[in-house]
Design a protein around this ligand. Sequence first.
Ligand SMILES: [Zn+2]
Length: 250
Amino acid sequence: MNKLIKDTVTILNTYPYSDSSLIVKAIAKENGLIDIIAKGIRKKSDSFILQALNDYELTLYPPREGELHLLKESSLLKERHYEGAKNWATALCGAELMQKQIISNDEHLLYFELLGSFLDFLLSLDAEPLPVFWRLLNRIIHLQGLALTTCICSGCKEQKPEYAYTKHDAQLYCRECTHNLTLPKDLHIFSEEASRIFYHLDHIGNHLSEIRLAKSTIQEINDFYSDYYLAHNRKTLKLKSLSVLEQFYL
Ligand SMILES: [Zn+2]
């Protein structure tokens, strides 16, 4: 008989499976990203159902070869209830982003806590939530060992506001260096709003009340990250929940 696993998790997403079961994706403090099957759970009372974005303590049977963890018991530790639809949709973006990461064994707790503080921050936030997601994205990019230095120009290496970037390599440039670029054929010049957001991203919490996001700004910033991922990871960053969130904006 395999030893039971007890761990604290944040649920990232759930999918119905067969008539009565649920597949659960979660990030666990000690075990990192895990897939769980909760058999028969949908026939039990509503209060027992595992909900995305909440924290639970779970008791699990470890997976046998090629199988999922099997849920034995769960107890709710923290319920996260989002008043605003935007905050809730942003929280889901963070959860989906987490699901896409490859997390090394010694970093499980780091990622678990990073997501937890992101989700908690959004609970009481009364301002634009989306920049908080971009900050999370930035932090994850750093944890993945990729260098994305906002506020430092790729040309002159000085600390200056971002003015533009080249799409093929996602390098950021200040205004002066942009004008000196030779053949900047895939250059994107940022709108003022996008430029301001990048400049303040590391401490965006202090600036959220000043930010009013237009859909075009959101697409600019999401496009930048998309180009960044393609240039550095050779894969695209496609988040379904981010497309959903964009629809809240005009
Ligand atoms: Zn420069």
